[in-house]
Design a protein around this ligand. Structure first.
Ligand SMILES: Cc1ncc(CNC=O)c(N)n1
Length: 224
C-alpha cells in the first residue's frame, strides 16, 4: 500500500469497535431526526442537556488549546484548536436563540446523570498526567460523533423537519467535517510517535467517548 492509503490507528480502532461507533453515530434519536419521526420533547431535552454539555466542553477545549501551544511542536495544531474554540463561541449564541425558539429555559435545566458523568470524564482528561496524544484522540472522537450523526440527517433522502435543519447544519456542514479531519490528522500524527502505554490509553479513551455519547443520546428518551 502507498503511504497515503495506509490505514491509521484511529480507523483501525473504529473498525475494531464498529458496532459501538454505529451506536454513537446512528442512534435512534438521530435516525428519528433524519426520518422526520422525531419527538419534539426529545429534541428539547437534548437541546437543554447539550447546552450544559457545551458549557463544560469549552474549558476542555481551552485546555487542549494550551497544550497544543506548549506540547505539540507543530504551530498549526494551535490554529486548528483555536478554530474549534471560536466556533464554540458562535455555538453558545446559537443555543441561546434555539432555546428561546423552542421555549427551553436553560436556567432551569438540570444536568442529568449521563451529562454529569460525561463532564467528569472531560475534567479527568484535563489532568496534566494525560498525554497529549490521548487528549487529542478524545477531542477528535467527541467532535466526530456529532459530525457523523448530523451529516447523516442531511444526507440523500432525508426527511429532516425544516425546523431542525439548522441544528443539523451546525455539525453536519462541510466546514465542520474538514475541521474534524484536521483534528484527526493531529491525533494520528501524535499517535504515530506515542508509547505503547499511551496507545492503550488512547484506545480506551476513544471507547469511553463513544459510550458517553451513546448514553448522552439516550437521555433524549426521557423527554423531560
Ligand atoms: C454530547 C456532545 N458531544 C459532542 C458535541 C460536539 N461538540 C461541540 O459542540 C456536542 N455538542 N455534544
Amino acid at each position: 500500500m502507498e503511504k497515503s492509503e495506509k490505514k491509521g490507528v484511529i480507523d483501525t480502532w473504529i473498525d475494531k469497535h464498529r458496532s459501538l461507533y454505529a451506536a454513537a453515530t446512528r442512534h435512534d434519536f438521530v435516525v428519528s431526526i433524519r426520518d422526520g419521526s422525531v419527538d419534539l420533547s426529545s429534541f428539547k431535552t437534548w437541546l437543554g442537556q447539550d447546552y450544559l454539555f457545551v458549557r463544560g466542553f469549552v474549558p476542555f477545549v481551552a485546555n487542549v488549546l494550551i497544550r497544543a501551544g506548549k506540547e505539540s511542536g507543530e504551530t498549526s495544531d494551535m490554529e486548528v484548536v483555536l478554530g474549534g474554540l471560536a466556533s464554540l463561541n458562535d455555538e453558545i449564541e446559537w443555543f441561546k436563540s434555539e432555546g428561546s425558539k423552542w421555549g427551553v429555559d436553560f436556567s432551569t435545566v438540570v444536568a442529568q446523570k449521563a451529562n454529569q458523568e460525561y463532564s467528569r470524564f472531560l475534567e479527568a482528561l484535563m489532568s496534566s498526567e494525560v498525554e497529549y496524544s490521548v487528549v487529542m484522540t478524545a477531542f477528535w472522537a467527541i467532535e466526530a460523533v456529532y459530525q457523523e450523526s448530523f451529516a447523516h440527517c442531511l444526507g440523500d433522502g432525508n426527511k429532516t423537519p425544516a425546523e431542525l435543519i439548522g441544528a443539523c447544519n451546525r455539525w453536519g456542514n462541510d466546514g465542520f467535517r474538514q475541521y474534524c479531519l484536521s483534528v484527526k490528522n493531529i491525533a494520528e500524527r501524535c499517535l504515530e510517535n506515542a508509547s505503547r502505554e499511551a496507545l492503550v490509553e488512547a484506545e480506551d479513551v476513544l471507547v469511553r467517548v463513544l459510550e458517553h455519547e451513546v448514553a448522552f443520546w439516550e437521555m433524549s428518551r426521557g423527554g423531560q
